[in-house]
Design a protein around this ligand. Sequence first.
Ligand SMILES: [Zn+2]
Length: 197
Amino acid sequence: MSCKEDRGTVKIVDGRYKPSGKFHYPAPNTPIWNDKGELAGVTNPRDIVHIHSYGGEAIFFESLGKGKLMASRCDNPDCETKGSIYMPFRIHCPDCLFKNTVLDITDRAKNNAIVHSFMITERTGAFNTLPTPIKFVNVEFDGVCTILMGALIRGEPKMGMRVVPIFKTKNPDYIITDMCWVPADWPADDLPEGYTY
Ligand SMILES: [Zn+2]
């Protein structure tokens, strides 16, 4: 039996595997061949669950599934930058390290968000779930001192164009893709499955 070209092989040097090629087999007991075409082992897939704790950001992710965009604001009277509103959500003020106040900016996002800049990419990282090409937009909100990156899921991006958020209110995943962007006035019946204004 010979090595299949689309599978990884190992070179065994001093009893240690030096892998090359593809090794992500979803099935158990897939043979692994060495560079001479001899059996070197089998796959033994394992699942791990990494518990990613949201801590003080939980309110942000939970709100997306309810169609709400939560920002945060420094209300420390002694802070030089008091009143600054942060989106992406920041648990603490970067200037005074005071705990920020949670602030609902859903209406602001629906009425006053524009594309500050954008980029389009064909190549993605591992585990990407967005359709390619991905149109990343940096969204600017009226009165917010930071800019939020998101995905424009309908239409073509242009600098200065008005965009509105859409939320995955049906079966939310509690991750950032629960919110995407579409051009203002995009028809509500042409949103991705599970998303609403
Ligand atoms: Zn502050």
